[in-house]
Design a protein around this ligand. Structure first.
Ligand code: ADP
Ligand code: MG
Length: 699
């Protein structure tokens, strides 16, 4: 049955020839009937409403009016010739004009005949005009249709040289839909269709192309989006479930040291969100299956302590653990922070980075191999093959988007007997909808609560012209004993220019604050130099840190309470939020100052306003998604899951949640899809090539 949709387009009468079929393939990626029927219109012309001529104005899109055609007149000669006519409807008179196809229009239109006139109105000397309108006779038998007319994307080449415009594609789709009637197979179960009130597949395909009303169009869109997202989620959830069944994990159910830690060493109360996440992890550790969990938590929400507690559970059960950070600075910070706890608990912890000396390295390697070292903090260096563990039970990746899949699998191989549990932590807030799709095969925990007593960061937007005042403010804050970051953009394409911005900035900051010590950190410095400067700042030897975005991720200097971001309009919203997260980590009131010039794009303004308005990373991520679309968000490019035909992750969050719930319910009830009631779904999946990324496609 599905073979019909694999038919090549050249067999469609309205396509007409092999050559035109090839053009459709080359220009638009349309090869088969299935491709064409799923090339949905990108918009519709509203032909449901008839306007009065008196109500026409320049700002209207394509509209239609109905009236009597009169006074056809050919004006001019040769190539300059044009045809004009008038249409009156009792409220006014609309002038029509044609510059092309004049003869044809002249021949086939009749004076004193009523027409539906469709086109884009423009005002000329206060009078409405339409150039190249479409005309349709109104007769007794055919009183003028009302419908939404589909508009299809096509290419300039197809339009200009091969007469394949949106209308031509519309005709092809119309023919195909007639032929396809008996071939469209329902791909969702009767239960789903009933429960969610979905339109049938056949009707949805008809209505998405040729909607009979806006309501039917909406129902068709809902049905097709639901189906698309349902199959994406079904696939991801099945992958997750299969992995759980096939991959065993070590069981960590003993917690004596953890209890000691809670009772005697943990200096603060965990937040409710932290407790919940720790419970999620503990449940995973007791399940006997390998954990793959994503931990999302806004900057400063306290992910590190959760990581440490998970590592402690591993240690309590005789397994080793490692935590991998994307930079040396971060690895240092984790190590310094965690060592205090580990020492107090009598647990041995080590650090391995690119700059670890060979002699030290040898000792570390040995301790990891013989199991006397329980915890390891490091950078990419710990992926090297020489790093072998006696029994690695848990690997944690901090700020995950910097690590690729290949690296993840390298970590897996560090335990040849039982694959280690994996915890991925990220502070890049990803909207829930996107996380469900991107990480749909991971279990997700969220820390959506900051530790008590944090003062929200005060964020303001200032123009460059007011820099002196901003610097005064900086001076006052430093005099109060605080430290300050001043960040400049670094965008790869124009690295030289940015470098100049940074060095110029450094000079002007040095001139403005001769009484203070100033650090500088940027991407061109060697790791040791960077660390040296960073360390000076951490030790309060310097008061101001001038930097590029290299300080973006994870760095923790609680005494730094002011973040000035230069050329803030050049940063993305998530990045601004990340940068702001470097302050607000101590007891003092913190500030973030966004500096820009006067000229700002609309999007840039939205970004700045959002930053000023809210500190909530998830809200910011949602707005970021809406501004940029999912394709541009970090880590989404390679994922393929975003290769969607109709659903839009930025807008269809609700449909996504519903379809995921539906997929989850289905798998819980009928994991192998053996119930005859789910036959439509099983047959649909079976009809697809094994490699298909998007399970909702017709093929
Ligand atoms: P992030 O989630 O950004 O990695 P960190 O783990 O670095 O955040 O935590 C930020 C700061 O908050 C650290 O100084 C940490 O000790 C502190 N912290 C974490 N949890 C709590 C808590 N429940 N109460 C008070 N302070 C906490
Ligand atoms: Mg962190």
């Amino acid at each position: 049955m599905s073979n019909f949709f694999n038919t090549r387009l050249e067999f469609l009468r309205t396509v007409g020839s092999t050559q035109r079929a090839q053009l459709l393939g080359k220009e638009l990626g349309l090869f088969t009937y299935g491709d064409l029927i799923q090339r949905y219109p990108f918009r519709y012309l509203d032909r449901t409403q008839v306007y009065n001529v008196a109500d026409l104005h320049d700002d209207l899109p394509y509209v239609q009016v109905k009236g009597m055609l009169r006074g056809k007149e050919l004006i001019g000669e040769g190539p300059k010739q044009r045809l004009t006519a008038k249409v009156g409807d009792g409220t006014g008179e609309l002038e029509l004009v044609w510059f092309k196809g004049v003869k044809w229009v002249q021949q086939y239109t009749k004076n004193n005949q009523e027409y539906i006139v469709f086109g884009k109105p423009t005002m000329f000397n206060g009078r409405p005009q339409m150039a190249h309108p479409e005309l349709e006779e109104v007769t007794e038998a055919k009183p003028g249709q009302s419908f939404l007319q589909p508009v299809y994307n096509t290419s300039e080449k197809l339009k200009n040289y091969h007469r394949i415009d949106s209308k031509a594609i519309m005709r092809m789709v119309a023919e195909l839909l007639k032929l396809a009637q008996s071939h469209v197979v329902e791909s969702l179960s009767p239960a789903l269709i009933e429960h969610y009130g979905l339109m049938s597949k056949a009707q949805a395909l008809q209505q998405i192309h040729f909607p009979q009303s806006p309501e039917l169009l909406a129902a068709a869109k809902f049905r097709l989006k639901f189906e698309e997202l349902f199959y994406v989620q079904l696939k991801l959830l099945r992958q997750r479930d299969q992995r759980k069944v096939t991959l065993a994990g070590q069981i960590f159910n003993q917690v004596p040291t953890l209890v000691d830690f809670y009772k005697n060493h943990l200096a603060f109360d965990l937040t409710g969100a932290q407790k919940r996440v720790i419970h999620d992890i503990y449940k995973d550790f007791c399940a006997g299956q390998q954990m793959n969990r994503l931990l999302q938590g806004d900057v400063g929400s306290g992910k590190t302590i959760v990581a440490f507690i998970a590592m402690l559970m591993a240690a309590d059960n005789g397994a080793q653990s490692c935590i991998m950070a994307p930079t040396e600075i971060l690895a240092d910070q984790h190590y310094t922070g965690l060592k205090v706890y580990a020492d107090a608990l009598g647990i041995s912890i080590g650090k391995l980075t690119g700059s670890t000396r060979t002699a030290e390295r040898r000792v570390l390697h040995e301790a990891l191999r013989n199991g006397t070292m329980h915890m390891l903090v490091g950078t990419h260096a710990l992926l090297e093959d020489v790093v072998q563990f006696r029994n690695l039970g848990l690997t944690i990746m901090d700020e995950q988007h910097r690590f690729g899949v290949a690296q993840r699998s390298k970590l897996w191989q560090k335990n040849p007997h039982v694959i280690p549990h994996v915890l991925v932590m990220t502070a890049t807030p990803i909207p829930r909808t996107l996380a469900m799709t991107l990480y749909g095969d991971l279990d997700v925990s969220v820390i959506d609560e900051l530790p008590a007593g944090r003062k929200p960061i005060v964020t303001v937007h200032r123009y460059d012209a007011n820099r002196l005042k901003v610097f005064e403010f900086v001076r006052d804050q430093v005099k109060l004993g605080r430290q300050v970051y001043i960040v400049y953009p670094l965008i790869e394409e124009s690295e030289t220019m940015d470098y100049k911005d940074l060095t110029d900035g450094y000079e002007s900051v040095s001139r403005a604050f001769p009484e203070f010590q100033i650090s500088i950190v940027h991407g061109r410095m060697k790791a040791e130099e960077k660390d040296f400067e960073m360390q000076r700042f951490i030790n309060k030897e310097t008061q101001i840190m001038v930097a590029t975005t290299v300080i973006e991720v994870g760095v923790n200097v609680p005494n730094a309470s002011v973040m000035v971001i230069e050329s803030a309009e050049r940063f993305g919203l998530s990045q601004l939020h990340q940068l702001r997260g470097r302050v607000g980590r101590g007891a003092d009131q913190s500030y973030c100052v966004l500096m820009t010039g006067f000229k700002l794009s609309k999007d840039a303004r939205t970004r700045l306003e959002t930053m000023v308005r809210t500190n909530n990373g998830f809200e910011i991520a949602d707005i970021d998604l809406k501004l940029r679309g999912p394709g541009d968000l970090m880590g989404t490019q390679q994922s393929g899951v975003l290769d969607l035909l109709i659903a839009d992750l930025a807008k269809d969050g609700r449909i996504l949640s519903e379809s995921r719930a539906a997929a989850q319910a289905l798998l819980t009830e009928d994991p192998d899809l053996v119930n005859p009631d789910n036959g439509n779904i099983r047959r649909h999946i079976e009809s697809l090539p094994a490699s298909a990324v998007n399970w909702s496609r017709i093929s």
